[in-house]
Structures are given as C-alpha cells and as structure tokens.
Write a protein that binds this ligand. Structure first.
Ligand code: ADP
Ligand code: 5GP
Length: 213
C-alpha cells in the first residue's frame, strides 16, 4: 500500500480511558478480538507483574531507575504515576505502527491521555462512563481482585477522573455491555474515516477526472 493508492491510510490513535472497574479491559479485549490487527502500545511500568502477566506482553516491566533513565532520555510520549507506580508509553514503536497504517490502541490513564493529546491531537479520545457509583462499586467488588482499601482508593480517584471526561471526543456509558461495545466500535470505525488519516487520497481521486473533463 502506498500513498498513490486510494486505500492508503495512516493508523489511527485510539485512546480509551475510564475509572477503574467501569469495564475498560472487558471492552478493549472485545475490540481486539474482533480486530486482531490492532497495534497495541505495550507500556512500561514499575509495578510488579500480576498473575499470568508476561514481560513484553501486557507490560514491559522495569525498575524505577530504568524508568527514570528512559524518561530523562525523552523516550516517552506520555507518562504518569498511577496508584503509586510509574507508567509510560514509548514513542518510537507507536510511530512505527502508525506509519505502517496500523491503528494503535492505548489503554492509559486520564493524565497520560491529556499529555498524549498534545502529540497525537488527531487521535480519537474515548471516555467510558460507569452508569452510577453504586454500579461501579458492584463491579469492583464482583471482580474480586481488589481489597476493600484498594476499592475505596479507586472510588475516590473515580470522581477526579470523571471531572476530566469533558475534554474527550466521545463518551460511551457502559451500562448494557453489548450496546456499549456497539458504540465503542462505531466510534473506532468513524475515526478511521477522518480526512487527516487519508493524506493525498482526495487529490489522487480528483486526478482521475483530469483526462475526462
Ligand atoms: P476496568 O478494566 O475498567 O477496571 P473490567 O473490564 O475489569 O474493568 O470490569 C470490571 C468488572 O465489571 C468485571 O468483573 C467485568 O466482568 C464487569 N463488567 C464489565 N462490563 C460490564 C457491564 N456492562 N455490565 C456488568 N458488568 C460488567
Ligand atoms: P494496571 O496497573 O491496573 O494495569 O493499570 C493501572 C492504570 O494505569 C490503568 O488506568 C491503565 O490504563 C493505566 N496505564 C497503563 N499503562 C499506562 C501508560 O503507559 N501510561 C499511563 N498514563 N497510564 C497507563
């Protein structure tokens, strides 16, 4: 595929944020199952691996010193401290995937998304909303992975995160899962049609008129 081809497109940056427990991992894995070609930005983190997580798959696990060295070199297009650990996205692999025409999905927190918007402002920024506080508590408790203390911390963080929802391009309320997935998928597909991702295509199509008036 090259720039003279009408099917040419640059990859889309798709950023999905949500308060913990909303269903972000569930919806992202549905999207990745349906679109296996999605490039996924594997973040760097200083937190320890959980359960079956593998280095280089869910995250690149690094020490605090390694993280700080990468940050000082300017390797990250965004980074944040979340729940006491550092998380960051390396710029280079993302740029490579985008230029190869692959869409890249970011599962990052709200602070990181805000920084990323400065670099990849033409991306698609989606905020997932829980239907209510009560339902968020039910999901966090039902998931069974967090202590009461950790749930209380996530709920307290959630109100600050919701206050940031305003600057996102799209909101999807995750009430009924199938409906929320339909909406997220529609946003993703619409984002692929943005003119900014199709440089040159209009000129190429108009050129086909040249010899025929
Ligand atoms: P997050 O990644 O946002 O922290 P998860 O995807 O782990 O959240 O979802 C939290 C819990 O809520 C999980 O047990 C998941 O199965 C459940 N869940 C996700 N979406 C829904 C929904 N629409 N209705 C009911 N439960 C849901
Ligand atoms: P967890 O430790 O539960 O996998 O992730 C905790 C939070 O950190 C989630 O909200 C997740 O989206 C966010 N996160 C993961 N990777 C990154 C990253 O590279 N940058 C930022 N800013 N947040 C991240």
């Amino acid at each position: 595929m090259n720039r003279d081809d009408h099917t040419f497109r640059l990859g889309q940056v798709l950023v999905v944020c949500a308060p913990s427990g909303t269903g972000k991992s569930t919806l992202i894995s549905m999207l990745r199952d349906e679109y296996p070609d999605f490039g996924f930005s594997v973040s760097y983190t200083t937190r320890a691996p959980r359960g079956s997580e593998q280095d280089g798959r869910e995250y690149n696990f690094v020490t605090r010193d390694q993280f700080v060295a990468m940050r000082s070199r300017g390797d990250f297009c965004e980074w944040a401290e979340v729940h006491g650990n550092f998380y960051g996205t390396a710029t280079r692999p993302v740029e490579e995937m985008l230029h190869a025409g692959r869409d890249v999905l970011f599962d990052i927190d709200v602070q990181g998304a805000k920084q990323l918007k400065k670099t990849f402002y033409k991306g698609t920024y989606v905020f997932l909303l829980p239907p209510s506080r009560e339902e968020l508590v039910r999901r966090l408790e039902g998931r069974g992975t967090d202590s009461a203390e950790s749930i209380a911390k996530r709920l307290a963080n959630a109100s600050g995160e919701l206050a940031q929802a305003e600057w996102f391009d799209y909101w999807v309320v995750n009430d009924d899962l199938d409906e929320a997935y339909r909406e997220l998928k529609s946003v993703y597909l619409a984002g692929r049609c943005k003119p900014a991702l199709r440089p040159g295509i209009l000129g190429n199509i108009m050129d086909t008129w040249k010899n025929n008036g």
